[in-house]
Design a protein. Structure first.
Lengths: 166, 498
């Protein structure tokens, strides 16, 4: 019996699967079969029901799953991993800091803060030009700007850390 | 008679024009950049020519290269599609001077409508209602503030050369004016090469209603009713419909007549669209004219049965309109969803990459106009629109239920798309009852970013997704196990869960 904890939209689902393909979900037992049809395309049989699924792997534990135009990001961990990750989360919270990453590649047009500035969550901190539009980026948290890695006029790649707030 | 058309565009619209060429027995010549070598529009054309490197400025925007190629290959006409050079009066003039037919209006009409302040003056003279504000560009911020006080806040600053939401800023109060003015000017300069900005009264809760017209070179005009395009984000349309649920027969009569007056005022020929803002009391104001084929033209085709691209070609050939206004009527209802490769929860950033799975939807009332196929690359250089799903039904309810069904069947993977957003929109009360206006997404959707809007998704499906996730993970673990602990003669190796 394999036990998984699947987290979607911050809700946790416990899914048990035995070797014969019977799924236990919230106390219900259902036969399950997931057959690949093409790249990233599957048919799921669950009890008497049939579903067309598009799914892709996002990272080590995360899948993007589409059912009937509804999109879900599912974080899947074994029961053991889930317990470990919960512990780790508690630790990380004690050393809270957030990084402001570029949500898209672009040109850093204007920086409204400098190192040492105290800022509030939601405050405008920079303007990033991308796709010919000026995009205002706001602070994801309150705190002090401890490090700025770029200057105005520089290009930034997607996901590069522009500044750190502690 | 036109025998060969060079299509100065890419993606779904190039593909759409190729279809009209093929149906009309006209040779279609596609152009492509390095990045588009094997793009769908290239494969579907009769002839294809490399035009330049991937950046649009080196390829799809290179006027000289496109015109000299058209001459070299003996094309009688150039169809510009939308975007790129379609509304570039300088390009149109060059085409006119080269003796090649431009499938669109004259450079003169485009010039008259292209500069927004002169268009506003022209409309005013011809009794087409315009939004209160200036009909000349502002000289400086101080002058702008003076006008803003006169017409009353909030006001809009708009690029005189503009369109598509670029160089456009709403100003709520005098203290924001200077900064907004600077930013509107900067954006305008970058996007259009001109920093001329004018001011308009901000219309509260307006709908975006536009009218499709056709005009021939003999001064005959017809309209093909209105489209409702109020579902927008940053002035980019997301969902379009025809007809509008908010336009009654009396308003329809008025707004379509105004549209024809607008077209006549600039001696327009070919297909064109007049955009209006309509307030709660069904007063409408001229916004701008799009002097080209629109992205959303299929919804009009679906309710009228008229092929707009073929009409464009006929008009360009110098034929008279064969259609009379009395031949046209609204049949049913059509909706279009623009499918973009974008990561909605990540600030709508474009999602580029390779399409690894693409299964089209079809069936009653469904049409797809697309620029992609399996294995297509979605390059960083161009607009990330992948395809348009268009649904027709005998009424709005049926069109909508067909759209929902079709989006559920449509599978794309390899890039992240905005398909789930349509699913969300079609569940919202304001969208369903028709009371939505152009602020609908800003007010109701944007506050739910990132992620929260998905909580509204179907709970049954969420449970199913959990099972799928667990099954995918288990299969992966099995594959790993077998690789680690058993020999090569292992049956799990035959399975691949990419």
């Amino acid at each position: 019996m394999n036990e998984f904890v699947v987290t979607i939209n911050e809700r946790k689902y416990s899914v048990k699967i035995d070797l014969s393909g019977v799924v236990v979900l919230g106390g219900r037992k259902l036969s399950a079969d997931l057959t690949p049809i093409a790249n990233n395309s599957y048919v799921l049989r669950l009890g008497d029901k049939v579903f067309e699924i598009t799914a892709n792997k996002i990272n080590q534990e995360k899948y993007g799953i589409i059912i009937d135009a509804d999109y879900f990001e599912a974080t899947v961990r074994t029961q053991l991993k889930e317990t470990a990750s919960e512990l780790q989360n508690k630790k990380a919270k004690a050393f809270h800091h957030s990084e402001v990453k570029a949500p898209m590649p672009g040109l850093l047009l204007k920086l409204r803060v400098k190192e040492g500035d105290e800022i509030k969550m939601g405050e405008s901190i920079m303007i990033l030009e991308a796709m010919k539009m000026e995009n205002e980026l706001r602070s994801p948290s309150s705190g002090v700007v401890t490090k700025i890695n770029f200057k105005e006029g520089q290009s930034v790649e997607k996901d590069s850390v522009i500044l750190t707030i502690e | 008679m036109i025998k060969k058309i060079l299509i100065a565009n890419r993606g779904e619209i190039a593909h759409r024009i190729i279809k009209a060429c093929r149906e009309s027995g006209i040779i279609s010549a596609a152009i492509y950049s390095d990045a588009d070598k094997n793009a769908l529009h290239v494969r579907r054309a009769d002839e294809a020519y490399l035009i330049g490197e991937s950046p649009a400025s080196e390829s799809y925007l290179n006027k000289e290269k496109i015109i000299s190629l058209a001459k070299k290959i003996g094309a009688d006409a150039i169809h510009p599609g939308y975007g790129f050079l379609s509304e570039n009066s300088q390009f149109i003039k060059m085409v006119e001077e080269s003796g090649i037919i431009f499938i669109g209006p004259s450079s003169k009409s485009v010039e008259m409508m292209g500069e927004k302040t002169s268009a506003r003056r022209l409309m005013k003279r011809n009794n087409v209602p315009i939004v209160p504000g200036t009909t000349e560009p502002l000289n400086n911020s101080a002058e702008g503030k003076k006008y803003a006080l006169e017409i009353g806040y909030p006001v809009m600053l708009k690029a005189a050369a503009g369109g598509g939401g670029k160089g456009m800023r709403k100003v709520d109060s005098p203290d924001q004016f200077d900064e907004s003015f600077e930013r509107a000017r900067n954006e305008s300069l970058k996007a259009f090469g001109s920093d001329a900005v004018y001011i308009e009264k901000f219309i509260e809760h307006p709908k975006h209603i536009e009218v499709q017209i056709l005009g021939d070179k003999f001064g005959n005009y017809i309209h093909m009713f209105e489209r409702e395009c109020s579902v927008q984000r940053r002035h980019q349309k997301v969902i379009e419909e025809a007809p509008s649920i908010s336009v009654d027969p009396v308003t329809r009569e008025k707004i379509t007549s105004a549209a024809i007056e607008a077209a006549r005022a600039c001696q327009y020929y070919n297909a064109g669209t007049i955009e209006f803002l309509m307030d709660k009391n069904k007063n409408f104001y001229f916004l701008e004219m799009n002097t080209r084929l629109q992205v959303e033209h299929p919804v009009t085709e679906m309710i009228t049965g008229i092929d707009l691209v073929k009409q464009q070609i006929r008009i360009a050939e110098g034929e008279k309109l064969l259609l009379n206004q009395s031949d046209l009527s609204i049949h049913g209802h059509a909706i279009e969803c623009r499918v973009y490769a974008e990561d909605v929860d990540n600030n709508f950033s474009p999602s580029t990459g390779k399409i690894i799975h693409h299964r089209l939807t079809s069936g009653p009332g469904i049409r797809i106009d697309r620029g992609i196929d399996v294995q297509s690359e979605v390059p960083v250089f161009y607009d990330p629109m992948l395809s348009k799903v268009i649904a027709w039904g005998i009424n709005r309810d049926e069109a909508m239920s067909r759209m929902k069904r079709a989006l559920g069947e449509y599978q794309i993977s390899g890039v992240i798309t905005n398909i789930p957003v349509f699913n969300w929109i079609m569940k919202q009360k304001t969208f369903l009852d028709g009371t939505f206006d152009i602020n609908f997404l800003d007010n109701e959707f944007i506050p739910l970013l990132p992620g929260k809007w998905k909580e509204d998704s179907n709970r049954e499906y969420e449970e199913i997704a959990a099972v799928v996730g667990a099954l995918l993970k288990m299969n992966e673990m099995k594959i790993k196990l077998s690789e680690n602990f058993t020999g090569s003669n292992n049956r799990w190796r035959e399975q691949s869960y990419e």
